[in-house]
Design a protein around this ligand. Structure first.
Ligand SMILES: *Cc1c(COP(=O)(O)O)cnc(C)c1O
Length: 356
């Protein structure tokens, strides 16, 4: 039996994109942390990234990191750790991104009990306003971290283009490098890692504008979707079609395009608006918001229009398509990162790997 909905994953292309990204970054002596959250740290995908040359894996969830315990590669927790999860953090990961001294002290305490040294990267706030220590407070925190015996200050890093949409440039990343050098000077230490962000920093390499001291990037989307995320542009020579999702049609009917009756709220509390007044051929697919983000789906048949989705149904308009769709026909979509995240996470979506 073939299972739908299903997420198609091309492992060979994952390996090739990984190789290419590593090649681009290595020209600037930048090491790549392969970010695995986009596919729930799925072991087959991780293996493909590993074959592509990734030496450090990074994920935002400890349960994901736990899944790849057998790997000898370095495992990095990239969401600020919860103070209540430090046992698992120290047990399952080698390094974490941090911004709170209280949490770091707890990491130190637990690392001592587990007889380990845990590596810390201090996150610096450079304008995007998600996580990070403001530059004025950085030295004090560094001073406190350096007192602790069971954590090692491995480096500093930043995260941009996540909340505020701030694009990495030579100015904000230049400041990160300057702060790194000031810390090294002030405390007489060497920082091994200066982590200059995520896939949105890739465009700086291409333009030859990445500051010299940046020697690490944390890359998910660039590998998975072949995209840099600052301007949303595709990266030359990378595959952009590694993932696709397929769902099955369970109803096709010619209906009004405007609902009949008084309009209240939809299933998610929004008041829907409708355009047009003709009757249209509409199909319902057996896939919904539990499995995908409807705004992140792009039908391969470009004449299809996505009308909306509820928890378990995706409604599409097939009137203008030249293809003949029937009950049981399969419709295929490309996905963006948001739809990929959700489909990878949904236990209702069958994962179909191929390696061609
Ligand atoms: C998700 C994430 C990344 C990877 O971002 P991409 O855009 O997928 O490259 C890097 N760093 C942190 C802290 C993240 O949360």
């Amino acid at each position: 039996m073939v299972n739908y909905p299903r997420l198609n994953i091309d492992l060979k292309k994952i390996k090739e994109n990984t190789e290419k990204i590593i090649e681009i970054c290595s020209k600037k002596n930048i090491a790549v942390m392969g970010v695995t959250k986009g596919f729930c740290c799925d072991e087959k995908v991780v293996k493909a990234m590993k074959e592509g040359g990734v030496k450090m894996f990074a994920d935002s969830r400890l349960v994901n990191i736990e899944k790849v315990q057998n790997l000898k590669e370095i495992k990095v927790m990239i969401r600020l750790p919860m103070k209540s999860h430090i046992n698992e953090l120290v047990k399952f990961s080698d390094m974490s991104l941090n911004s709170e001294i209280e949490t770091i002290r707890e990491i130190n305490r637990v690392s001592y009990l587990q007889n380990k040294i845990h590596d810390i990267i201090l996150m610096v706030e450079l304008g995007d306003l998600r996580e990070g220590i403001e530059p004025v407070d950085l030295f004090n925190i560094v001073k406190e971290v350096l007192i602790l015996k069971n954590v090692k200050l491995k480096g500093i890093g930043t995260n941009l283009t996540c909340y505020g949409g701030v694009i990495p440039d030579s100015k904000n990343l230049g400041l990160l490098c300057k702060l790194a050098e000031e810390i090294e000077e002030e405390f007489g230490i060497k920082l091994d890692i200066i982590s200059g962000g995520n896939s949105s920093s890739l465009h700086l390499i291409e333009k030859n504008e990445i500051p010299n001291r940046i020697n690490n990037l944390r890359i998910g989307e660039g590998i998975l979707l072949g995209k840099e995320t600052a301007y949303g542009e595709y990266i030359k020579d990378l595959h952009m079609d590694i993932f696709s999702i397929e769902a099955e049609i369970v109803e096709i009917k010619n209906k009004n395009s405007i609902p009949i009756g008084n309009i209240g709220m939809d299933a998610f509390g929004n008041k829907p608006k409708f355009k047009g007044s003709k009757r249209r051929d509409r199909a319902i697919l057996a896939i919904g918001r539990q499995d995908i983000d409807p705004d992140g789906l792009f039908p391969i048949d470009e004449e299809i229009v996505i009308l909306g989705a509820s928890s378990d149904h995706l409604i599409i308009d097939i009137t203008d398509s030249e293809k003949k769709y029937n009950i049981g026909s399969i419709v295929r979509f490309n996905l963006n990162y948001s739809a990929l995240l959700r489909s990878a996470t949904s236990p209702y979506v069958y994962k179909n790997y191929f390696d061609m």
